[in-house]
Design a protein around this ligand. Structure first.
Ligand SMILES: Nc1ncnc2c1ncn2[C@@H]1O[C@H](COP(=O)(O)OP(=O)(O)OP(=O)(O)O)[C@@H](O)[C@H]1O
Ligand SMILES: [Mg+2]
Length: 403
């Protein structure tokens, strides 16, 4: 059949079309032949597995190409022996800690004989993290609700104890022993009341007013705050914040609280000896770690790292550290990181922790670059008043009761 020449020239061959289609897919694709050689791999697969460009990989044994990803080698290796191949399975790569969702299929020729296997996959790390954050938020909400109810219930009898003890003090003016005991009761009741206030302030929603905020200023204030709360000792602090870093959208007092709580934890973990690296950088693309509020479009983001070279966090502790009231310290309240998370959430930011036992812990706070100075205030929660965290908690213990 004759075709108009122009049209025939424009239409790409099926092979070329197919190559472009696979090459531009937003999923990773990797196919191998029965002899174990790589037949097809697309750009996304190379990006996710950190491989050199696709053309350099074709024909090479997949076990060599994917040498850094033993989990994937295992999955592909089993393709020809499995009775039922995984469809929509998930896998966390031990190499990069990335979570992928994948489908494995056999490539069969006309007579049904398998001649290869194809792996289709997608990076689910962000989805996974989002789900984890949601699970945690639900847990926080449940614990917070219970704590609020209990704190509220305890408040009244506690006030009663204090009032009665006050009366008793007046009636036992001439008895020094009784005065001392009643004084103790009042002090203990004040302490309990301070704890109740701390819990209530924790469960109160955070009000954020977003203004362009200098991360360097917040870190500077946080250092002063942390030094007032905990012993820095011989710990060396390296701060690397570029002078041209744009401001983030934040509440300076709350961000100071966030960084101070992280610094206090680092001081306590280091116990007077070691190093803390404070750094901040700008990220504008997803690959650099910028936030993806809608899942696709990266927004300019400032990433703040607070890393210590302390003992690290063991895995069984790591999964609980953001839970309110979780602490491994004899005098900890376990609210420091819960408050940090709450404030960061209220800023639509992110907090991540990575740790290696014996080598240290890094907390990463990710915040959006700030609104312009004339931008509106972020809608706030109904409850006024600053969020109080570890420091406020300590202050509350020292301050007289206020009701
Ligand atoms: N930099 C760190 N290195 C090692 N472990 C840490 C670090 N930061 C936090 N942790 C662990 O996480 C736990 C929870 O921390 P969080 O700040 O929430 O509470 P806390 O420090 O125990 O008490 P609080 O901050 O209320 O005084 C700590 O008890 C500690 O075990
Ligand atoms: Mg703490």
């Amino acid at each position: 059949m004759l075709m108009p020449r122009r049209a025939a020239k424009k239409k790409p061959g099926t092979d070329v079309f197919f190559r472009h289609m696979v090459g531009n897919m937003r999923n990773g694709v990797l196919a191998i032949a029965r002899d174990g050689s790589v037949v097809l791999v697309n750009e996304e697969a190379c990006r996710l597995f950190r491989l050199p460009p696709p053309l350099t990989l074709i024909g090479r044994p997949y076990a060599d190409v994917l040498g850094d990803h033993p989990d994937i080698v295992r999955v592909l290796g089993g393709a020809f022996g499995m009775a039922a191949l995984p469809n929509r399975a998930e896998l966390r790569l031990s190499s990069t800690d990335m979570v992928i969702g994948y489908t494995l299929s056999l490539v069969r020729q006309e007579d049904g004989e398998p001649v290869g296997a194809a792996l289709f996959f997608k990076d689910l790390t962000l989805v996974e993290q989002q789900e984890e954050r949601e699970r945690l938020r639900d847990r926080l909400a449940a614990v917070g609700e219970m704590a609020a109810v209990m704190a509220h219930e305890i408040k009244n009898p506690l006030a009663g104890i204090e009032v009665m003890a006050g009366l008793l003090r007046r009636k036992t003016k001439d008895n020094a022993d009784a005065q001392a005991l009643v004084g103790e009761i009042i002090n203990e009741a004040k302490l309990a009341n301070a704890i109740v206030q701390e819990v209530l302030s924790f469960v109160r929603p955070v009000k954020v007013q977003l203004f362009p905020t200098s991360v360097a200023d917040a870190l500077g204030s946080a250092l002063t705050l942390a030094d007032g709360e905990a012993q820095r000792g011989q710990i060396v602090i390296n701060m690397a914040v570029p002078t041209d870093l744009p401001p983030v959208g934040g509440d300076i007092h709350q961000l100071t609280q966030v960084f101070a709580n992280l610094l206090i934890n680092a001081y306590q973990a280091l116990d007077g000896q070691g190093r803390i690296d404070l750094s901040a950088r700008l990220a504008t693309t997803a690959a650099e770690g910028a936030l993806l509020p809608d899942g696709h479009q990266a927004v300019p983001t400032v990433i703040v790292d607070i890393a210590d070279n302390g003992p690290g966090v063991p895995p069984d502790v790591a999964e609980k550290i953001f839970n309110p009231f979780f602490t491994t310290k004899p005098k900890g309240s376990g609210l420091g990181l819960a408050v940090v998370r709450k404030i960061v959430d209220a800023h639509d930011g992110r907090i991540d922790m990575s740790t290696a036992e014996g080598r240290g812990t890094r907390f990463r706070v990710t915040l959006r670059v700030g609104p312009s100075p004339d931008a509106a205030v972020k809608p706030s929660s109904p409850q006024p008043g600053p969020q109080r965290g570890t420091r406020a908690g300590v202050e509350a213990l020292k301050s007289p009761r206020n009701d």
